[in-house]
Write a protein that binds this ligand. Structure first.
Ligand SMILES: NC(=O)c1ccc[n+]([C@@H]2O[C@H](COP(=O)([O-])OP(=O)(O)OC[C@H]3O[C@@H](n4cnc5c(N)ncnc54)[C@H](OP(=O)(O)O)[C@@H]3O)[C@@H](O)[C@H]2O)c1
Length: 298
Protein backbone atom coordinates (compact mmCIF):
# COMPACT_ATOMS: atom_id res chain seq x y z
CA UNK A 1 0.00 0.00 0.00
CA UNK A 2 1.31 3.45 -0.87
CA UNK A 3 0.44 6.48 1.23
CA UNK A 4 0.17 9.63 -0.89
CA UNK A 5 1.17 12.99 0.52
CA UNK A 6 -0.03 16.34 -0.71
CA UNK A 7 3.55 17.69 -0.77
CA UNK A 8 4.84 14.64 -2.62
CA UNK A 9 3.99 15.07 -6.30
CA UNK A 10 6.66 12.59 -7.41
CA UNK A 11 5.68 9.96 -4.82
CA UNK A 12 9.09 10.23 -3.22
CA UNK A 13 7.82 9.87 0.32
CA UNK A 14 7.00 6.20 0.29
CA UNK A 15 5.99 3.42 2.62
CA UNK A 16 8.39 0.70 3.74
CA UNK A 17 7.01 -1.55 1.02
CA UNK A 18 8.41 0.63 -1.73
CA UNK A 19 11.98 0.71 -2.95
CA UNK A 20 12.92 4.31 -2.21
CA UNK A 21 16.08 4.12 -4.29
CA UNK A 22 14.05 3.50 -7.47
CA UNK A 23 12.74 7.02 -7.11
CA UNK A 24 16.10 8.59 -7.92
CA UNK A 25 16.11 7.28 -11.49
CA UNK A 26 16.63 10.15 -13.93
CA UNK A 27 17.29 12.74 -11.23
CA UNK A 28 19.96 15.25 -12.21
CA UNK A 29 22.73 15.61 -9.63
CA UNK A 30 25.36 18.33 -9.60
CA UNK A 31 28.35 17.14 -7.56
CA UNK A 32 31.00 19.78 -6.95
CA UNK A 33 34.49 18.59 -6.03
CA UNK A 34 33.61 15.45 -7.97
CA UNK A 35 37.25 14.81 -8.90
CA UNK A 36 38.06 14.26 -5.19
CA UNK A 37 37.66 11.03 -3.25
CA UNK A 38 34.28 11.77 -1.65
CA UNK A 39 32.86 13.25 -4.85
CA UNK A 40 33.92 10.28 -6.99
CA UNK A 41 32.49 7.72 -4.56
CA UNK A 42 29.22 9.66 -4.36
CA UNK A 43 28.99 9.93 -8.15
CA UNK A 44 29.36 6.16 -8.48
CA UNK A 45 26.75 5.50 -5.76
CA UNK A 46 24.18 7.88 -7.25
CA UNK A 47 24.83 6.68 -10.81
CA UNK A 48 24.08 3.13 -9.65
CA UNK A 49 20.67 4.45 -8.58
CA UNK A 50 20.09 5.87 -12.06
CA UNK A 51 20.97 9.52 -11.53
CA UNK A 52 22.38 11.77 -14.25
CA UNK A 53 25.68 13.14 -12.95
CA UNK A 54 27.20 16.58 -13.53
CA UNK A 55 30.84 15.91 -12.66
CA UNK A 56 32.49 19.14 -11.51
CA UNK A 57 36.25 19.61 -11.19
CA UNK A 58 38.36 22.71 -10.59
CA UNK A 59 41.05 22.89 -13.27
CA UNK A 60 42.78 21.33 -16.26
CA UNK A 61 44.97 19.26 -13.92
CA UNK A 62 41.91 17.29 -12.73
CA UNK A 63 40.30 17.00 -16.19
CA UNK A 64 41.59 13.48 -16.75
CA UNK A 65 40.15 12.28 -13.44
CA UNK A 66 36.79 13.87 -14.24
CA UNK A 67 36.70 12.45 -17.76
CA UNK A 68 37.56 8.96 -16.49
CA UNK A 69 34.74 9.19 -13.96
CA UNK A 70 32.31 10.30 -16.68
CA UNK A 71 33.29 7.24 -18.76
CA UNK A 72 32.91 4.97 -15.75
CA UNK A 73 29.43 6.13 -14.74
CA UNK A 74 28.23 6.36 -18.33
CA UNK A 75 28.95 2.64 -18.61
CA UNK A 76 26.35 2.15 -15.88
CA UNK A 77 23.78 3.45 -18.36
CA UNK A 78 23.32 6.97 -17.04
CA UNK A 79 24.07 10.38 -18.54
CA UNK A 80 27.15 12.21 -17.24
CA UNK A 81 29.28 15.17 -18.28
CA UNK A 82 32.35 16.90 -16.89
CA UNK A 83 32.31 20.62 -16.05
CA UNK A 84 35.40 22.63 -15.16
CA UNK A 85 35.14 25.62 -12.82
CA UNK A 86 37.40 27.21 -10.24
CA UNK A 87 34.82 27.92 -7.54
CA UNK A 88 36.82 30.65 -5.90
CA UNK A 89 34.70 33.26 -7.71
CA UNK A 90 30.96 33.82 -7.92
CA UNK A 91 31.17 34.45 -11.66
CA UNK A 92 32.65 30.97 -12.22
CA UNK A 93 29.94 29.50 -9.99
CA UNK A 94 27.20 31.12 -12.08
CA UNK A 95 28.90 29.95 -15.24
CA UNK A 96 29.07 26.36 -13.94
CA UNK A 97 25.37 26.39 -13.09
CA UNK A 98 24.41 27.82 -16.48
CA UNK A 99 26.48 25.21 -18.29
CA UNK A 100 24.91 22.39 -16.28
CA UNK A 101 21.34 23.49 -16.99
CA UNK A 102 22.11 24.00 -20.64
CA UNK A 103 23.84 20.60 -21.10
CA UNK A 104 21.93 18.36 -18.66
CA UNK A 105 19.02 20.31 -17.16
CA UNK A 106 18.17 21.79 -13.76
CA UNK A 107 19.76 19.91 -10.85
CA UNK A 108 17.24 18.01 -8.70
CA UNK A 109 20.01 17.23 -6.23
CA UNK A 110 22.91 19.51 -5.35
CA UNK A 111 25.81 17.82 -3.57
CA UNK A 112 27.92 20.87 -2.82
CA UNK A 113 31.11 19.16 -1.78
CA UNK A 114 34.13 21.13 -3.02
CA UNK A 115 36.53 22.38 -0.37
CA UNK A 116 40.00 23.78 0.17
CA UNK A 117 42.12 24.12 3.31
CA UNK A 118 44.36 27.06 2.41
CA UNK A 119 47.26 27.51 4.78
CA UNK A 120 47.49 24.86 7.51
CA UNK A 121 48.53 26.22 10.93
CA UNK A 122 47.04 23.52 13.16
CA UNK A 123 45.36 23.86 16.55
CA UNK A 124 48.41 25.48 18.15
CA UNK A 125 49.16 27.94 15.34
CA UNK A 126 48.95 31.69 15.67
CA UNK A 127 45.84 33.38 14.32
CA UNK A 128 47.96 36.25 12.98
CA UNK A 129 49.48 33.78 10.51
CA UNK A 130 46.18 33.66 8.65
CA UNK A 131 45.79 36.85 6.61
CA UNK A 132 42.39 38.39 6.08
CA UNK A 133 42.91 37.70 2.37
CA UNK A 134 43.39 33.97 3.13
CA UNK A 135 40.37 34.02 5.45
CA UNK A 136 38.18 35.58 2.76
CA UNK A 137 39.51 33.32 0.00
CA UNK A 138 38.75 30.16 1.99
CA UNK A 139 35.35 31.46 3.04
CA UNK A 140 34.47 32.18 -0.59
CA UNK A 141 35.46 28.65 -1.73
CA UNK A 142 34.12 26.76 1.30
CA UNK A 143 31.01 28.78 2.11
CA UNK A 144 30.27 31.62 -0.35
CA UNK A 145 30.09 29.58 -3.52
CA UNK A 146 28.07 26.88 -1.72
CA UNK A 147 25.59 29.62 -0.77
CA UNK A 148 25.52 30.80 -4.40
CA UNK A 149 24.89 27.28 -5.72
CA UNK A 150 22.04 26.80 -3.24
CA UNK A 151 20.65 30.19 -4.29
CA UNK A 152 20.74 29.11 -7.94
CA UNK A 153 19.33 25.60 -7.40
CA UNK A 154 16.64 26.10 -4.75
CA UNK A 155 14.05 28.07 -6.80
CA UNK A 156 13.67 25.31 -9.39
CA UNK A 157 13.51 22.65 -6.67
CA UNK A 158 10.82 24.62 -4.87
CA UNK A 159 8.86 25.07 -8.10
CA UNK A 160 8.86 21.35 -8.89
CA UNK A 161 8.15 20.42 -5.25
CA UNK A 162 11.20 18.20 -4.81
CA UNK A 163 14.89 18.78 -4.23
CA UNK A 164 17.89 17.82 -2.14
CA UNK A 165 20.58 20.22 -0.92
CA UNK A 166 23.55 18.37 0.58
CA UNK A 167 26.79 19.98 1.76
CA UNK A 168 30.13 18.60 2.92
CA UNK A 169 31.22 20.16 6.18
CA UNK A 170 33.88 18.80 8.56
CA UNK A 171 34.27 17.72 12.17
CA UNK A 172 36.40 20.87 12.39
CA UNK A 173 33.07 22.67 12.55
CA UNK A 174 31.17 20.10 14.54
CA UNK A 175 29.86 21.62 17.77
CA UNK A 176 30.97 18.88 20.10
CA UNK A 177 33.82 17.86 22.39
CA UNK A 178 37.11 16.60 20.91
CA UNK A 179 39.06 14.30 23.16
CA UNK A 180 42.59 15.36 22.16
CA UNK A 181 42.63 18.29 19.80
CA UNK A 182 39.93 20.66 20.98
CA UNK A 183 36.99 22.07 19.04
CA UNK A 184 37.92 23.91 15.89
CA UNK A 185 39.80 21.20 14.04
CA UNK A 186 43.39 20.96 13.01
CA UNK A 187 43.64 23.11 9.88
CA UNK A 188 43.03 26.60 11.19
CA UNK A 189 40.36 29.18 12.06
CA UNK A 190 39.67 30.10 8.44
CA UNK A 191 38.81 26.47 7.48
CA UNK A 192 36.85 25.62 10.66
CA UNK A 193 34.78 28.80 10.55
CA UNK A 194 34.07 28.43 6.82
CA UNK A 195 32.65 24.96 7.44
CA UNK A 196 30.59 26.21 10.40
CA UNK A 197 28.97 28.71 8.03
CA UNK A 198 27.49 25.77 6.12
CA UNK A 199 25.63 24.65 9.23
CA UNK A 200 23.74 27.93 9.52
CA UNK A 201 23.04 27.77 5.79
CA UNK A 202 21.59 24.26 6.18
CA UNK A 203 19.34 25.34 9.05
CA UNK A 204 17.93 28.31 7.16
CA UNK A 205 17.50 26.46 3.87
CA UNK A 206 15.85 23.51 5.55
CA UNK A 207 13.26 25.50 7.45
CA UNK A 208 12.50 27.73 4.45
CA UNK A 209 12.11 24.99 1.84
CA UNK A 210 11.15 21.74 3.63
CA UNK A 211 7.41 22.32 3.16
CA UNK A 212 8.09 22.39 -0.59
CA UNK A 213 9.72 18.94 -0.69
CA UNK A 214 13.27 20.30 -0.53
CA UNK A 215 15.50 18.96 2.24
CA UNK A 216 18.86 20.39 3.33
CA UNK A 217 21.54 18.50 5.25
CA UNK A 218 25.30 18.56 5.79
CA UNK A 219 27.76 15.73 6.32
CA UNK A 220 30.75 16.21 8.63
CA UNK A 221 33.48 13.68 7.88
CA UNK A 222 36.76 13.16 9.68
CA UNK A 223 39.91 11.57 8.39
CA UNK A 224 38.94 9.90 5.16
CA UNK A 225 41.48 7.55 3.56
CA UNK A 226 43.88 8.78 0.96
CA UNK A 227 43.00 12.44 0.71
CA UNK A 228 44.96 15.63 1.01
CA UNK A 229 42.72 17.14 3.67
CA UNK A 230 42.95 14.12 5.89
CA UNK A 231 46.71 13.72 5.61
CA UNK A 232 47.23 17.30 6.75
CA UNK A 233 44.80 16.89 9.64
CA UNK A 234 46.25 13.64 10.87
CA UNK A 235 49.81 14.87 10.56
CA UNK A 236 49.01 17.76 12.86
CA UNK A 237 47.27 15.54 15.36
CA UNK A 238 50.21 13.23 15.66
CA UNK A 239 53.21 15.51 15.34
CA UNK A 240 52.18 19.10 14.93
CA UNK A 241 53.56 19.34 11.38
CA UNK A 242 52.32 18.14 8.02
CA UNK A 243 53.99 14.96 6.80
CA UNK A 244 52.01 13.77 3.85
CA UNK A 245 54.64 11.21 2.85
CA UNK A 246 54.22 9.33 6.11
CA UNK A 247 50.45 9.67 6.00
CA UNK A 248 50.28 8.32 2.47
CA UNK A 249 50.44 4.97 4.23
CA UNK A 250 49.08 5.54 7.76
CA UNK A 251 50.55 3.38 10.53
CA UNK A 252 48.43 1.17 12.80
CA UNK A 253 49.13 3.72 15.55
CA UNK A 254 47.71 6.52 13.44
CA UNK A 255 44.63 4.49 12.62
CA UNK A 256 44.12 3.66 16.31
CA UNK A 257 43.55 7.36 17.07
CA UNK A 258 40.06 6.81 15.69
CA UNK A 259 37.84 4.80 18.11
CA UNK A 260 36.78 2.32 15.43
CA UNK A 261 40.50 1.69 14.79
CA UNK A 262 40.73 2.84 11.19
CA UNK A 263 40.17 5.79 8.92
CA UNK A 264 36.98 6.36 6.98
CA UNK A 265 36.46 5.40 3.35
CA UNK A 266 34.94 7.65 0.68
CA UNK A 267 32.20 5.04 0.16
CA UNK A 268 31.18 5.49 3.78
CA UNK A 269 30.50 9.16 3.11
CA UNK A 270 28.81 8.35 -0.21
CA UNK A 271 26.32 6.10 1.60
CA UNK A 272 25.25 9.09 3.72
CA UNK A 273 24.89 11.19 0.57
CA UNK A 274 22.54 8.48 -0.74
CA UNK A 275 20.62 8.56 2.55
CA UNK A 276 20.22 12.34 2.30
CA UNK A 277 19.10 12.00 -1.33
CA UNK A 278 16.56 9.24 -0.74
CA UNK A 279 15.08 10.27 2.60
CA UNK A 280 12.42 12.97 2.42
CA UNK A 281 11.82 13.20 6.17
CA UNK A 282 15.38 13.82 7.33
CA UNK A 283 16.25 17.49 7.03
CA UNK A 284 18.07 20.23 8.96
CA UNK A 285 20.77 17.80 10.10
CA UNK A 286 24.55 17.91 10.32
CA UNK A 287 25.60 14.27 10.25
CA UNK A 288 29.05 13.32 11.57
CA UNK A 289 30.87 10.31 10.10
CA UNK A 290 34.02 10.14 12.17
CA UNK A 291 34.57 6.63 13.47
CA UNK A 292 33.17 7.59 16.86
CA UNK A 293 35.72 10.38 17.41
CA UNK A 294 33.08 12.92 18.43
CA UNK A 295 30.06 12.14 20.54
CA UNK A 296 26.63 13.60 21.06
CA UNK A 297 24.33 14.92 18.39
CA UNK A 298 23.88 13.28 15.00
N1 LIG B 1 39.21 14.01 3.45
C1 LIG B 1 38.90 14.34 4.68
O1 LIG B 1 39.45 13.79 5.64
C2 LIG B 1 37.88 15.41 4.94
C3 LIG B 1 37.51 15.67 6.26
C4 LIG B 1 36.55 16.64 6.50
C5 LIG B 1 35.95 17.31 5.46
N2 LIG B 1 36.33 17.06 4.18
C6 LIG B 1 35.68 17.81 3.10
O2 LIG B 1 35.24 16.89 2.11
C7 LIG B 1 35.08 17.59 0.86
C8 LIG B 1 35.61 16.73 -0.27
O3 LIG B 1 37.00 16.62 -0.11
P1 LIG B 1 37.76 15.22 -0.28
O4 LIG B 1 37.90 14.64 1.06
O5 LIG B 1 37.14 14.42 -1.35
O6 LIG B 1 39.21 15.77 -0.68
P2 LIG B 1 39.91 15.94 -2.09
O7 LIG B 1 40.09 14.59 -2.66
O8 LIG B 1 41.08 16.79 -1.80
O9 LIG B 1 38.82 16.73 -2.99
C9 LIG B 1 38.59 18.12 -2.90
C10 LIG B 1 37.71 18.53 -4.06
O10 LIG B 1 37.43 19.95 -3.97
C11 LIG B 1 37.77 20.54 -5.22
N3 LIG B 1 38.25 21.91 -5.05
C12 LIG B 1 39.25 22.35 -4.27
N4 LIG B 1 39.44 23.68 -4.46
C13 LIG B 1 38.52 24.07 -5.39
C14 LIG B 1 38.22 25.30 -6.03
N5 LIG B 1 38.88 26.43 -5.77
N6 LIG B 1 37.23 25.32 -6.94
C15 LIG B 1 36.56 24.19 -7.25
N7 LIG B 1 36.81 23.00 -6.69
C16 LIG B 1 37.77 22.94 -5.76
C17 LIG B 1 38.85 19.65 -5.80
O11 LIG B 1 38.88 19.82 -7.22
P3 LIG B 1 40.17 19.41 -8.11
O12 LIG B 1 40.45 17.97 -7.87
O13 LIG B 1 39.72 19.67 -9.48
O14 LIG B 1 41.26 20.31 -7.63
C18 LIG B 1 38.37 18.26 -5.40
O15 LIG B 1 37.43 17.79 -6.32
C19 LIG B 1 35.78 18.94 1.05
O16 LIG B 1 34.79 19.94 1.22
C20 LIG B 1 36.57 18.76 2.33
O17 LIG B 1 36.76 19.98 3.01
C21 LIG B 1 37.27 16.10 3.89
Amino acid sequence: MRIMYKEDPFNLLTTCNDNMNDNLKGKIVLITGCSGGIGRASARALAKLGCTIAVHHSSSSSKQTADTLVDEVTELGVRAKAFEADLSTYAATDNLYNQVISELGHPDILFSNHGATGKVIGPNGNIEDISVEMFEDIWRVNAGTHFRLAQLCAPHMEKQGWGRLIFTSSVAAKLTKWDTTGTGGVIGPHYASSKSALHGLVHWLSLRYCKHGVTANAISPALIEGMAVYTEMLSFMLMGIPDTAMMANPSPEARSKIPVGRLGKPDEIASIVVLCATNGYMTNKVIAADGGWTSGAM
